[in-house]
Design a binder for this molecule. Structure first.
Ligand SMILES: Cc1cc2nc3c(=O)[nH]c(=O)nc-3n(C[C@H](O)[C@H](O)[C@H](O)COP(=O)(O)O)c2cc1C
Length: 346
């Protein structure tokens, strides 16, 4: 699997998720088997670049190559400038967001809404490629299957993007109108893969090793991208990697091993956000990690009242130590709990 000149260790990608896939979480996923991670989106609005949020997102200290930054916006010139700005700050791959509603950061309907205006979408792609190509930086595009059920234009847009010089396309198997409702469909992704020469990545509802195998087979895609199922379960990447390589399931992680990964993640998280913001934004990661475990909901409610880093780490470690008394390994997540998880984490 290759994006431009960048050879990736495998074909398991972490999906960009604003508010989730920050640098510490991306690092954790890569440590646990993800071959590639895209940053949370950065707005093309210049006035936001100096905000604390964007400067945190544009800081890639210690991040493994290739560093991929997703940009969102509706103006070709501004998008080209945003690409150049992020390349100057270390981006080695620029991803254009046409896969996710991005109104909040752009003050207008950017992201997946662009799929409704193909000429503008392609003008953005061309402008960004023109800014990146002279610097040797590949441009990738993330999109949905279309705007709505009657306008599934992913194939046309993907073809246009390939002609404009895009190096890889990711397709989430839902329309913009669907949001996160209904099941992802993979036929459109298969059609995009069949028509393009560049790598195509399949995304949507992949939450188990079997599902990853089936989606790869059904679409012929070069890679799969996993979003919500990795929330609180970043070891899903090693589980899928092992299954794809051997056809066998890796045992669930030891409770003490999972504790060590999560504690290390918390320290990394606090280092980026500081105590006040860090302890608060870490709550969601802890909540995702424990919610499907026995007694997890009650712990989550209690943990949400803690507002010091040391206390939060200690509470998490103690809770996992108590779980380790009754369980050597993490209890398996049931299919029903998995569905519930995907339903509620969008
Ligand atoms: C909380 C959250 C934030 C997201 N933020 C982004 C984003 O910034 N850029 C983007 O292209 N997609 C974003 N997405 C969409 C995901 O990248 C992915 O396409 C979608 O969740 C479907 O994959 P999944 O079923 O594996 O979760 C986000 C999804 C979630 C749940």
């Amino acid at each position: 699997m290759q994006i431009g000149p960048h050879v990736l260790p495998n074909r398991l990608f972490v999906a960009p998720m604003a508010g989730v896939t920050d640098r510490p979480f991306r690092r954790l996923c890569r440590q646990l088997g993800a071959g590639y991670a895209v940053s949370e989106m950065v707005s093309s609005r210049r006035d936001l670049w100096t905000s604390l949020k964007t400067s945190r997102r544009a800081n890639h200290d210690g991040e493994a190559a290739p560093i991929a930054v997703q940009i969102a916006g509706t103006d070709p010139e501004m998008m080209a400038e945003a690409a150049a700005y992020n390349i100057d700050r270390g981006a080695q791959i620029i991803d254009i967001n046409m896969g996710c509603p991005a109104k909040k950061v752009c003050n207008t309907w950017a992201g997946s809404a662009l799929m409704r205006d193909e000429p503008l979408a392609l003008a953005i792609v061309e402008a960004v490629v023109a800014a990146c190509a002279p610097r040797g930086v590949p441009v990738t595009l993330k999109m949905r299957t279309g705007w709505c059920d009657t306008e599934r234009n992913a194939l046309r847009l993907a073809r246009g993007a390939e002609s404009a010089g895009v190096a890889m396309v990711t397709v989430h198997g839902r329309t913009r109108e669907q949001g996160y409702k209904g099941a992802a469909e993979y036929d459109t992704i298969a059609a995009v893969k069949a028509a393009l020469r560049i790598p195509v990545v399949a995304n949507g509802d992949i939450d188990s090793p079997e599902k990853a195998r089936d989606v790869l087979a059904a679409t012929g895609a070069d890679a799969v991208m996993i979003g919500r199922a990795a929330q609180g379960r970043p070891w899903i990447f090693r589980e899928i990697a092992h299954f794809l390589a051997t056809g066998e399931h890796l045992p669930a992680p030891d409770v003490t091993q999972a504790k060590a990964w999560l504690v290390a993640h918390l320290h990394d998280h606090y280092a980026l956000y500081g105590e006040f913001a860090g302890v608060r934004s870490a709550r969601k990661h802890i909540g995702w990690a424990v919610r499907a475990l026995p007694g997890g909901e009650a712990f989550r409610a209690r943990m949400n009242l803690i507002d010091a880093c040391d206390d939060q780490v200690r509470a998490l470690a103690d809770w996992f130590d108590a779980l380790a008394v009754t369980h050597q390994r993490l209890p398996a997540t049931s299919a029903a709990a998995n569905d519930d998880l995907l339903e509620h984490s969008a």
